[in-house]
Design a protein. Structure first.
Length: 154
């Protein structure tokens, strides 16, 4: 078993409430897209409620702000899921459902195997990425860092 797993967070602000007809294409596809992740080799975990997704997890006062987090064995398996599965078609339609963000809306980081990051940690990593750019503590697909050899930078 690997010593570290890759964590990812991505966030967005819906253009309307999750039950609004404008968001139906997103809401109706969630189960299928999440099932693809769940069945992907190298997938470990994803943030979800009893409903099976993370749309009910509120991390801010804004009810339209959504957070998504997951763990993967390697950047390559996450990349395959994001850009080479049916998920990519879903991503191409992001602007149909989500407001355009001026700041980065996703980042990656390494966590010790067996640990599950909290939404607060994910948001903190994303804020760090926005502030400092890619570092070993928070990075992107384009600017990756290997797993740490010793203590993880937090």
């Amino acid at each position: 078993m690997a010593d570290y797993h890759l964590a990812q967070i991505n966030v967005g602000r819906l253009l309307a409430p999750i039950d609004d007809p404008q968001i139906a294409g997103f809401a109706d596809a969630l189960d299928a897209i999440n099932a693809i992740a769940d069945e992907t080799t190298g997938f470990i975990w994803r943030l979800q409620t009893e409903e099976g997704n993370a749309t009910g997890i509120q991390t801010t006062d804004d009810p339209l702000f959504l957070i998504n987090m997951s763990l993967w064995e390697t950047p390559d398996v996450l990349f395959e899921y994001v850009y080479r599965s049916e998920h990519v078609d879903f991503m191409r339609r992001r602007s149909d459902w989500f407001a355009r963000m001026a700041e980065p809306h996703m980042c990656l980081w390494w966590v010790p195997a067996g640990e599950i990051p909290t939404p607060q940690e994910g948001l903190s990593r994303l804020e760090r990425f926005r502030r400092d750019g890619p570092t070993p503590a928070a990075f992107s697909f384009r600017h990756q860092y290997p797993p740490p050899d010793g203590e993880e930078e937090r």
